[in-house]
Ligand binder design. Structure first.
Ligand code: NAD
Length: 492
């Protein structure tokens, strides 16, 4: 596939992709209602896939349920671990193909897509090792009693996946669910369905019994809503926007279904006067311009100490203006936004800010791939100091738009950092370890990065506070969402 990258960029070559769901170990036929998938780098259709109906959802859940009862919950944990290990290896064997498809579907630069695929493999590698370590406890009830607990899998879990990190978000939910002994029905986003389908196929190739992992494509309103509302779903892991998360929670409430909500963010990067400015500069740029800012944990608010503001912002603006944009397969520093609708949403935030008198330090416009004049691109954008109640400080833009806030001292930086409805992550750049850990203690966010933004890996629990949601994915903590404790007490 690498040999036809140039033709894929111009749309003169195509990729062979599934057009049905992956249910019970195989692809179904294409449905009657098909959705177009766009290559955002060209703004053109490159494939089609099925809009799942509620009966497709019923079929996927029924298969998962039967397989759970008859096979997967009875499969020895060590065997589950072997299948997950094999999956990790197969993902890596298919790295280039998966990365190219992910880039076509999402728009992101090929190097970033390769990183996402490696990350997905790492999820399976990590959870492969815990399958045979989920233990219960015994309880000290005295001489005449035996009390113990068993960690049991929830049953069938639903995974609703967003479009910004399709394969890694799918992997970070599916891997611990399977490790715990659950069967899965996953629904990728309507603009990025393919890598999740291929992941279902790879799991099957790795030896996962048919029906354990099913992937169903379609819109949120039709397919996603039917899946979340299904009475046989025991747990919903939802990653997406606050508005949809609220609907998912309400719908799950009807069946008393558990939910983990991984929602949006508006994360601060606090840069103090005593920091290593070169490291902070690289960190701030990566935090907002990686994946064109379409990251829940993007560092979209720069809280900068007044004493270094002028020098730091000068350097930052110069570096941002030099960022290359282009079709993801040409591997630029920044790719397009995922859809035309999303591009308009991002542009709307900046256009409204301009009418409020905001100073755009660099960027601030829709643009195209300089080589082809096509695609859905937005310039890397930095907006000068805005007050805390500004829309640019409070709302998630989910694009390459950084808003500056100036702090007079550490306490002021903390106040600014916390003055926001979200609490997903925060970055802190300082050479003073005490200040760093005080900020880590006092900032209300699910995770804090000190002197390196996006530090960490699958080993570290990840999730939000405030409107960023609740529950944790990644790490050993993620397993708790997929397990229930049964206590047994016997009089002997
Ligand atoms: P979205 O909420 O529009 O869609 C997310 C998923 O939900 C899609 O698969 C969609 O089809 C589905 N969906 C939509 N309506 C549904 C419904 N009524 N019932 C069930 N499913 C439904 O979000 P998006 O625009 O695709 O993703 C971007 C958002 O996701 C951002 O807010 C971002 O911050 C958030 N996000 C959070 C994390 C995290 O870990 N906290 C990670 C990635 C993205």
């Amino acid at each position: 596939m690498l040999d036809k990258l140039d033709d894929l960029i111009t749309g003169t070559a195509s990729v062979d992709l599934p057009d049905g769901h992956f249910i019970n170990g195989g692809y179904t036929k294409a449905g009657k209602d098909m959705i177009e998938s766009f290559d955002a780098g060209r703004g053109a259709v490159f494939a089609r896939f099925t809009n799942g109906t509620s009966s497709d959802v019923d079929q996927a859940v029924a298969n998962a349920r039967t397989t759970f009862q008859n096979i997967w919950r009875k499969t020895a944990p060590v065997e589950r671990g072997r299948i997950l290990s094999k999956t990790a290896a197969l993902i890596l064997e298919n790295l280039e193909r998966l990365a190219i498809i992910e880039t076509l579907d999402c728009g992101k630069p090929l190097s970033e897509a390769r990183g996402d695929v490696r990350g997905a493999a790492r999820c399976f590698e990590y959870y492969a090792g815990v399958c045979d370590k989920l233990q219960g406890q015994t309880f000290p009830l005295g001489h005449d009693y035996l009390g113990y607990s068993i960690s049991e899998p929830i049953g069938v879990t639903a995974h609703i996946i967003p479009w910004n990190f399709p394969i890694s978000t799918a992997a970070r939910g599916i891997a611990p669910a399977l490790a715990a002994g659950c069967c899965v029905v996953a629904k990728p986003a309507e603009t990025t369905p393919f890598s999740a389908l291929l992941l279902g196929e790879i799991l099957h190739q790795a030896g996962l019994p048919s029906g354990v992992c099913n992937v169903i494509t379609g819109t949120g309103l039709q397919t996603g809503a039917a899946l979340v509302a299904h009475p046989d779903i025991g747990q919903v892991t939802f990653t997406g926007s606050v508005a949809t998360g609220r609907n998912v929670m309400k719908s799950a409430a009807d069946n008393i279904t558990r939910v983990v909500l991984e929602l949006g963010g508006k994360s601060p990067v606090v840069v103090l006067g005593d920091c290593d400015q070169d490291a902070a500069l690289n960190g701030v740029l990566g935090a907002i311009f990686e994946n064109a800012g379409q990251i829940c944990s993007a560092g979209s608010r720069l809280i900068i100490a007044r004493e270094i503001h002028d020098e730091f912002i000068d350097r930052l603006v110069k570096r941002a203006a030099e960022i290359s944009v282009g079709h993801g397969l040409s591997d630029p520093q920044m790719g397009p936004l995922n859809s035309q609708q999303h591009l308009q949403k991002v542009a709307g935030f900046v256009d409204r800010a301009k009418t409020r008198g905001a100073e755009v330090l660099t960027g601030g416009n829709i643009t195209q791939d300089p080589k082809t004049g096509q695609g859905w691109f937005y310039e890397p954008t930095i907006i000068a100091n805005r007050p805390s109640d500004d829309e640019l400080v409070q709302e998630e833009i989910f694009g390459p738009v950084l808003t500056v806030q100036i702090a007079d001292d550490v306490d002021h930086a903390l106040t600014l950092a916390n003055d926001c409805q979200f609490g997903l992550v925060a970055g802190v750049y300082t050479s003073n370890a005490t200040t760093a850990h005080r900020l880590a203690r006092d900032i209300d966010a699910g995770q804090i990065y000190i002197n390196e933004y996006f530090a960490g890996g699958i080993e570290v629990p990840f999730g939000g506070n405030k409107k960023s949601g609740f529950g944790r994915e990644k790490g050993l903590e993620a397993l708790q969402s997929y397990c229930k404790t049964k206590s047994v007490v016997a009089k002997i």
